[in-house]
Design a protein. Structure first.
Length: 127
């Protein structure tokens, strides 16, 4: 989470996949590193597509107007929902909501749940 936030605040000119390289300098259990690396690389590869989904499902909100924390939690959640077959959708949403409760505003969990649920339903409907 902090890697995405630092990447965004530091300037989006650097590809997100490069943020994965900074994992070497992060305190993190070795068992989580492969997942986090894969998550950053996947989100970076599909960033435009993910942001388009956020814009579509976050009614009346432009992606750039969302709080950076919420925007990046959505990016993580959507990446897991769409490209991580080994992560059950409900687990991806639950983990995103845990992040929202910890780092977001009081209204973040409800808002993010609505967007992620809409993305999941669209995925299940095949659209």
């Amino acid at each position: 989470m902090s890697l995405l936030y630092a990447w965004e605040v530091g300037g989006e000119g650097t590809p997100l996949e490069h943020a994965a390289q900074s994992l070497v300098h992060r305190r993190m259990s070795d068992r989580y590193r492969p997942h986090v690396r894969r998550l950053l690389e996947t989100a970076g590869r599909h960033l435009a597509e993910i942001d388009a989904m956020i814009a579509h499902h976050a009614s009346n909100w432009r992606v750039e107007r969302l709080h950076a924390i919420d925007r990046n939690i959505l990016r993580i959640g959507i990446a897991e929902l769409l490209w991580f077959d080994d992560v059950p959708p409900k687990v991806a949403i639950h983990e995103a909501l845990k992040l929202a409760r910890r780092y977001g505003s009081p209204g973040s969990p409800r808002f993010l749940n609505g967007v992620l649920d809409a993305v999941l339903k669209a995925r299940e409907a095949g659209s």
